[in-house]
Design a protein around this ligand. Structure first.
Ligand code: HEM
Length: 251
């Protein structure tokens, strides 16, 4: 997903630096593209869309928790059999993990480098103390992104590794989720993260569309609507799980 600077375009200093770098040191087209502002934004857009695909599948899987412990745990076990017999047991999950990790590193690196460029381009604050376009959305994307990255680390330690789960049991994801959401501050962590996720997708989807060149004036509203719908459906789809445990519907 694209950062704040998506709407601003590269500064003159950026463009000069990019062209000078290209002129003095010939590099492979991939590296040269990565060094450009549009290259980093493209990496953010493509990796962001990949996360959205994962998040849709993960949300649908999570909703199976309402079908009961046996079905949810069977679903967790099935995830490990995907691709068999071509792949060995659990391999698909590892391929997915490596893919998500590469996408995450690329997304965060591009975000950090674009932010640094943006800050370098305008080192002097304006009289009213605000950088000219450090908009609400810009700050939400930066801080929201940091919070989401921390959440993913927490979440993997919680439900995959189990070290921060109140009573982790291997192969029993239903139990692990239920014991989580009986603790108020764990609910709080998840609720804050899910709201951040919604805000991030809402803005990021439109930025990604702009970066990838699919935004035309006539389509702008439709793209915004798709991004907002995705954000609301994903946030709600994830939030119903802790809410289900808190209300006793899932136990
Ligand atoms: C209430 C919300 C959520 C619940 C109940 C939930 C539940 C789970 C469970 C039970 C697992 C372990 C699956 C298994 O090993 O069989 C898992 C893994 C995972 N979840 Fe979530 N999840 C939620 C939200 C999210 C969100 C918002 C993200 C991303 C931003 C996310 C990313 C992941 C990742 C990356 C894994 C690791 C998958 C792996 O082990 O390879 N989850 N989740």
């Amino acid at each position: 997903m694209s950062l704040p600077s998506a709407q601003q375009g590269p500064s003159v200093a950026d463009v000069v630096a990019e062209r000078t770098a290209r002129a003095v040191s010939p590099v492979s087209p991939v590296v040269a593209f990565w060094r450009t502002t549009i290259g980093k934004k493209t990496v953010m857009a493509v990796s962001g869309l990949l996360f959205v695909l994962f998040l849709i599948a993960h949300m649908v899987g999570n909703l199976k928790i309402f079908a009961g412990a046996a079905e949810f745990d069977a679903y967790g076990a099935w995830l490990r059999t995907i691709g068999e017999p071509v792949l060995s047991h659990g391999w698909y999950l590892w391929i997915q993990r490596v893919g998500l990790l590469v996408a995450l590193v690329a997304h965060v690196t591009a975000a950090a480098q674009l932010s640094a460029r943006d800050l370098r381009a305008r080192p002097v604050k304006y009289a009213h103390g605000q950088r000219v376009r450090a908009t609400y959305a810009t700050r939400t994307m930066r801080w929201g992104g940091v919070i989401l990255a921390l959440f993913v680390v927490w979440h993997v330690l919680d439900l995959t590794v189990g070290v921060v789960n109140p009573d982790f049991r291997h192969g029993q994801p239903h139990h692990n989720v239920v014991v989580d959401f009986q603790v108020w501050w764990i609910n709080l962590i998840y609720i804050v993260a899910m709201v951040m996720l919604g805000l991030h997708i809402n803005h990021g989807f439109a930025s990604a569309a702009q970066t990838l060149g699919v935004t035309r004036p006539a389509r702008r509203r439709a793209i915004r609507a798709v991004g907002t719908t995705l954000a609301v459906v994903l946030t709600a789809g994830y939030l119903v799980v802790p809410l289900g445990v808190m209300t006793g519907m899932v136990s």
